[in-house]
Design a protein around this ligand. Structure first.
Ligand code: GLU
Ligand code: MG
Length: 445
């Protein structure tokens, strides 16, 4: 640790870094930043930087509002979009109370706690997200709605197009920040893009997702366009999901892999999937945390709506992707409900907790879905046991209110805060009289 700190202090000196931003994330997944002068960094490592937590969504109760941010030296990076003149760097922080206890409401701490619980049982959790987003001409728009930057589709190569330059520039910047990109391509919607980050442990991935969102927004601004991670900005085009590949390792061995078993999937892997399925409803208000998230889940276009798993079945909630024989290390499962606007720290905590519960309790994996589950009738799906995911945020809140798993994993304070925040969002939404109602009702009623 001290070596890491020395490295940071030396790098600041050698590169003439003028500002160091301390980053952390609030409970709804918004990145917060406070800049300190290089001379303050040493003190920040040892004593933390004080701030008023009550000003930040869900971070503290008002009667214990003083919090400290301790930068994590392993996350030190200079920010490429700030340029070489007066360079700026950033570090993610751990948040503590004044007496040095981890702040219970720090989402990064919630994930660390959940990872530590899995580590006690010998498991390390890895994730790999496929992040979709839309590029718009502007964040401002008229009655015709937001305008995508192009009209291209899946894997289209748009010569000289915005998306091409955009992806090249973003991928370069991510690599400069130490974030490896596996794939990047145009997605199915006009102006929609996808960038897939390489596998990493879940804490690193969650940090990387927060950095990713910032990079994408910055590159968009630089190129005169606007990037949005909103789950469903257009009713007529696909939403933006963040399908995430998950795996557990025991030491160097992939715990989901077992040569010769069905799909080479181990018992642990099967229990883990069963856990994801059994708890999918109650974790939805976190994996799909906005009113708008449910427009994506129920809007078709390869977003999952029913709880089932399948081997290479893109209509299933959990997919077991094909991997090359003798590539046991890449055994993994893909969770397809989570969207690009989720708080990655909390969402990964719940996915891991759901899977671990499946392992601990030895949940039986139901039969796999072989059909296109969207094409079945309701009664066929009922007969096969594929229950629908929550239909709205309101519905998801109800499931979460009854969830011991979510309460235990998030801790009382975050659990209550998320619920209060989501209830308020639903209340505000419910007071709207929408154009839909007006068009349907004004004349005939
Ligand atoms: N955009 C789709 C979703 O919202 C996913 C498309 C894909 O399979 O990559 O989940
Ligand atoms: Mg995709």
């Amino acid at each position: 640790m001290d070596k890491q700190r020395d490295f940071v202090l030396r790098t600041i000196e050698e590169r003439g870094v003028k500002f160091v931003r301390l980053w952390f994330t609030d409970v709804v997944g918004t990145l917060k930043s406070v800049a300190i002068a290089p001379a303050e960094v040493e003190g920040a490592f040892t004593e933390g930087i004080g701030f008023d937590g009550s000003a930040i969504e869900g971070l503290s109760r008002t009667y214990e509002s003083d919090l400290l941010a301790y930068p994590d030296p392993t996350t030190f990076q200079t920010l490429p979009w700030r340029g070489d003149i007066d360079p700026t760097a950033r570090m993610f922080c751990d948040i503590t109370t004044p007496d040095g206890e981890p702040a219970v409401a720090d989402p990064r701490n919630v994930l660390k706690r959940t990872l530590a619980r899995a580590a006690d049982r010998g498991f390390t959790f890895y994730t790999h997200p496929e992040i979709e987003f839309y590029l718009l001409k502007s964040s401002k728009f008229g009655p015709e709605g937001p305008q995508p930057v192009d009209s291209a589709g899946y894997f289209d190569n748009v010569p000289g197009g915005t998306a091409h330059d955009f992806r090249r520039r973003s991928v370069r910047m991510l690599e400069d920040l130490g974030i490896s990109v596996e794939f990047s391509h145009h997605e199915a919607g006009p102006g929609q893009n996808e960038i897939d980050l390489r596998y990493a442990d879940a804490l690193t991935t969650a940090d990387n997702i927060m950095t990713f969102r910032t990079v994408i927004k910055e590159v968009a601004i630089e190129q005169g366009v606007y990037a949005t991670f909103m789950p469903k900005p257009f009713s007529q085009f696909p939403g933006s999901g963040m399908h995430t590949h998950l795996s557990l390792f025991e030491g160097d061995a992939n715990a989901f892999y077992e040569a010769g078993s069905q799909y080479q999937l181990s018992k642990i892997g099967r229990h883990f999937i069963a856990g994801l399925l059994r708890h999918a409803h109650e974790i939805s208000a976190v994996t799909n945390q906005f009113v708008n998230s449910y427009k994506r889940l129920w809007g078709g276009d390869e977003a999952p709506s029913f709880v089932c798993w399948g081997h290479n079945n893109r209509s299933a909630l959990v997919r077991v992707p094909l991997y090359k024989p003798n590539k046991g290390q890449s055994a993994r499962v893909e969770y397809r409900a989570i969207d690009s606007a989720a708080n990655p720290y909390l969402a990964f905590s719940l996915l891991l907790a759901a899977g671990m519960k499946g392992i601990e309790e030895g949940y039986e994996l139901p039969a796999e879905a072989e059909d296109d589950v969207w094409a079945l009738t309701d009664s066929e799906r009922r007969a096969l046991g594929y229950s629908p995911l929550p239909a709205s945020l309101d519905h998801a809140i109800e499931f979460m209110e009854n969830s011991e798993l979510v309460a235990e994993t998030l801790g009382e304070q975050v659990y209550n805060y998320v619920l209060a925040n989501k209830r308020a969002e639903w209340r505000d939404y419910r007071t709207q009289v929408t154009p839909f109602e007006l068009q349907r009702n004004v004349e005939i009623l």
